[in-house]
Design a protein around this ligand. Structure first.
Ligand SMILES: [Zn+2]
Length: 311
């Protein structure tokens, strides 16, 4: 049993502009935290770019072409929406972010002894619907990974679990029309993007949303997962778990008002690992989403990856 860390230098070249919270320093903070000697046993790999075929399992061809066609000159930005910008390096980063999750899926199925993977990526993905980018997201990295598992390895049931403080409406848009997928999310509500009420339940409950009021903390978070999401996830019996690992529900985060402690990210990871052990041979592929306080991001990512490594 071992854990693979996947990243790529292109993630530092996606620069949405000075003062943007989704900044290259986020990835530097994550990678620095994972340089600690307690991570010496991590296997490490560089992502390859996702192929057009892999991207088009989630996004229409004209959407993929439009995103990849946005190539501003160095030093300039193209605003996709008021929050989401592309720089000269963004298209290449987005290709490798999706490719990193695909590589994680390949690693847990190729028989090489990897059972869990963490894709340290930018840009994030869970707000990208099949045909609308936004919320700092260009391609839906986790949905592309889920489709890859189904298409390449014949996996019948893939679950995507999302503890980012924002609701992943882009991921939900993919899952809520397809009973071979499951989406469980806890998030602050109300908050951007405005979706994620408990009434949104997909096909026969394959979407489970746990909206949390501002100022909710560990108790509400753990109760929501324990009572609402984890029992449904267990019944779904996923052969693969993919995690949208956002760390912006941490109490230090400046973009939202939940009050999670660093240890809550260890706890939720261990809960997900036990379901993966029961139904999916321990296979978990996790991808970085949000998290905007660099100190909290580094600490919470370290707690998450330690749990993936079972240390
Ligand atoms: Zn977020």
């Amino acid at each position: 049993m071992s854990t693979l860390l996947i990243s790529h230098p292109s993630f530092l070249e996606h620069d949405p502009g000075e003062y943007h919270p989704e900044c290259p320093d986020r990835l530097r903070a994550v990678m620095a935290a994972l340089e600690d000697e307690s991570f010496a046993l991590l296997h490490r790999a560089a992502a390859t770019a996702a192929t057009l075929e892999q991207l088009q399992r989630v996004h229409p061809e004209n959407y993929v072409e439009a995103i990849l066609g946005i190539q501003p000159p160095a030093g300039e930005l193209v605003m996709i929406d008021p929050d989401t910008a592309m720089s000269a390096g963004s298209a290449e980063a987005a290709l490798h972010a999706a490719g990193a999750v695909v590589a994680g899926v390949d690693a847990v199925f190729d028989g090489s002894g990897i059972d869990t993977a963490f894709a340290a990526v930018r840009p994030p993905g869970h707000h990208a619907t099949p045909d609308v980018p936004g919320g700092f997201c260009l391609f839906n990295n986790v949905a592309i990974g889920a489709r890859h598992a189904q298409a390449q390895y014949g996996i019948a049931r893939v679950a995507i679990l999302d503890f980012d403080v924002h609701h992943g409406q882009g991921t939900q848009a993919v899952v809520e029309v397809d009973a071979s997928l499951f989406y469980g999310s806890s998030h602050q509500y109300p908050l951007y993007p405005g979706t994620g009420s408990a009434r949104e339940h997909g096909i026969d409950g394959n979407v489970v949303n746990v909206p949390l009021a501002p100022n909710s903390g560990s108790g509400e978070f753990r109760a929501g997962w324990s009572e609402r999401i984890l029992p449904r996830l267990d019944r779904f019996a996923p052969e693969l778990l993919i995690v949208s690992a956002g760390f912006d529900a941490h109490k230090r985060d400046p973009l939202a008002q939940l009050r999670l402690e660093t240890d809550d990210f260890r706890w939720i990871t261990e809960q997900l690992m036990s379901i993966a052990d029961r139904h999916g041979k321990g296979r978990v592929v996790s991808a970085l989403e949000g998290g905007y306080d660099l100190e909290a991001l580094a600490a919470a990512t370290a707690a998450h990856v330690r749990a993936l490594m079972r240390v």
